[in-house]
Design a protein around this ligand. Structure first.
Ligand SMILES: Cc1cc2nc3c(=O)[nH]c(=O)nc-3n(C[C@H](O)[C@H](O)[C@H](O)COP(=O)(O)OP(=O)(O)OC[C@H]3O[C@@H](n4cnc5c(N)ncnc54)[C@H](O)[C@@H]3O)c2cc1C
Length: 419
């Protein structure tokens, strides 16, 4: 079956990966006046859709697959963007190693010649290597098909174990708890979301999830999975504990897809290497989104997994392909909805040395402001969108909230905006 939405393919720009970044790159190229063919090839059978709802409203049954589509079919026709679905690119070769021209070949043998190429290939969930890991009932969540399968099994499950207490794991746990399941989160570290948030925020989330009925087990070393009647029945911990589970969801990180770019000498296993504008070291070859690792002027080498990053990097990569002036670098931002807790984050807290809490965690409405040498570097807000937006604007302007004033609720944060 041919899944191409328009017929005009051929040399021009080939975008490999039909996700958030791939669609944005195609859209931005057209917005910048690019008129040559654009072909977006994606391995999934769906046209680009939003992933964030997969662990939230889609899992809860409050959204359909249709609701998640980023654009309808008419958009691709109107903008002359050829979307080729259900085709996996197997190899990419360049005519000249210092130039973007070349061709890509799919697993099924289709050949796509290009004058320039973009990698927007995302990544694949890191898999457990413990005994029993292939038992039916153990899920990973990256695609809409993963989410549909998980949703179906959750409907009939009683006990759910979530391996990994990061954003996605906690969102899934909250959705499953809200469905009335007995949910246990198994986190290997001594606190939740440890890679990103401060200890005070981790503690808040552990308490908040516990209050809502989710069991949180920290320092949990998963040693294997138990099976019964051909499907998972529990998770074994190294200390001998068994956590009953008829559905297990593993959310322990993402491995970026680098296998196509590595032979071109532009990727390591950490990601496809780009500058801060999505440009690899080969002219005419760019990368954006979860697969790209870039040089950040402040934070060094960094790979971000977020929708805002995929969009910003794809816009920059489109400009790079057209040799336009790159725009200014946006302050990274992110959100995570866990039950009725809306976490919003702006800036990067890496290397912070002090944190100030503003508001009351007990009231489930507060912010954490992170400082490095008394300079504000990031904010995390829980159910405090106004504080979040104000601090994000301060960060975007390169401003500061004086350290001593950050926790003072009698001085509105917007007071610091104009400085
Ligand atoms: C459950 C879940 C919840 C999330 N929640 C949030 C959130 O709340 N906020 C937030 O900011 N971010 C969230 N994210 C992260 C966000 O969705 C990603 O950062 C974003 O989708 C990255 O976009 P991308 O285009 O880089 O990758 P993707 O959207 O993964 O797109 C890459 C596409 O490339 C395709 N592909 C890969 N290799 C090939 C190949 N060889 N040939 C053809 N096609 C290929 C893949 O099939 C995939 O469709 C969430 C992610 C998940 C999974």
């Amino acid at each position: 079956m041919d899944h191409t939405t328009t017929t005009r393919t051929g040399a021009g720009t080939l975008i490999i990966g039909a996700g958030q970044a791939g669609l944005q790159l195609a859209t931005s190229l057209r917005e910048l006046g690019y008129t040559a063919p654009i072909t977006v090839v994606g391995g999934e059978e769906h046209t680009p859709y939003q992933r964030p709802p997969l662990s939230k409203i889609f899992l809860s049954g409050l959204a359909t697959a249709e609701d998640l589509l980023l654009r309808d079919a008419g958009f691709y026709i109107d903008n002359d963007i050829a979307i080729v679905s259900s085709e996996w690119i197997a190899s990419v070769s360049l005519d000249d190693p210092a130039d973007g021209r070349g061709e890509a070949v799919t697993r099924s043998g289709r050949v796509f010649p290009f004058e320039q190429v973009a990698f927007t290939v995302g990544g694949t969930p890191r898999r457990m290597q413990t005994p029993g890991t292939d038992l039916p009932g153990i899920h990973y969540l990256r695609t809409i098909d993963d989410a549909s399968a998980l949703r179906g099994e959750l409907d009939v499950a009683a006990h759910v174990a979530v391996v990994g207490g990061g954003f996605v794991g906690l969102e899934i746990a909250a959705s499953a708890t809200a469905k009335g399941k007995q949910v246990t989160v198994l986190e290997a570290q001594d606190r939740l979301m440890a890679r990103v948030v401060a200890p005070a925020m981790s503690r808040f989330y552990a308490d908040a999830h516990t209050r809502r009925g989710t069991s949180i087990v920290l320092n949990a070393a998963v040693s294997g999975f138990r099976g019964e009647d051909g499907r998972v029945s529990g998770v074994e911990l190294a200390d001998g504990r068994i956590v009953a589970a008829d559905v297990v969801v593993v959310g322990i990180g993402l491995i970026p897809h680098t296998e196509l770019a590595a032979p071109l000498g532009i990727a390591t296993e950490r990601g496809i290497e780009v500058d801060s504008h999505g440009q690899t070291r080969i002219p005419g070859v760019v990368a954006a989104g979860d697969c790209a690792i870039s040089e950040h002027p402040v934070h060094g080498t960094i790979r971000l997994e977020s929708v805002p990053n995929a969009i910003a990097q794809a816009k920059a990569a489109a400009s790079a392909l057209l040799k336009r002036e790159p725009g200014t670098l946006a302050v990274p931002w992110f959100w995570s909805d866990q039950a009725d807790l809306k976490l919003q984050m702006a800036g990067l807290s890496m290397g912070y040395d002090e944190v100030v809490l503003r508001g009351e965690p007990d009231g489930e409405e507060f912010s954490a402001l992170y400082y490095r040498e008394r300079q504000l570097v990031s904010v995390e807000s829980v159910n405090a969108p106004r504080d979040y937006m104000t601090v994000r604007r301060i960060l975007e302007k390169g401003g500061n909230v004086p350290f001593g004033a950050a926790g003072d609720l009698s001085v509105p944060l917007k007071h610091h905006l104009a400085r």
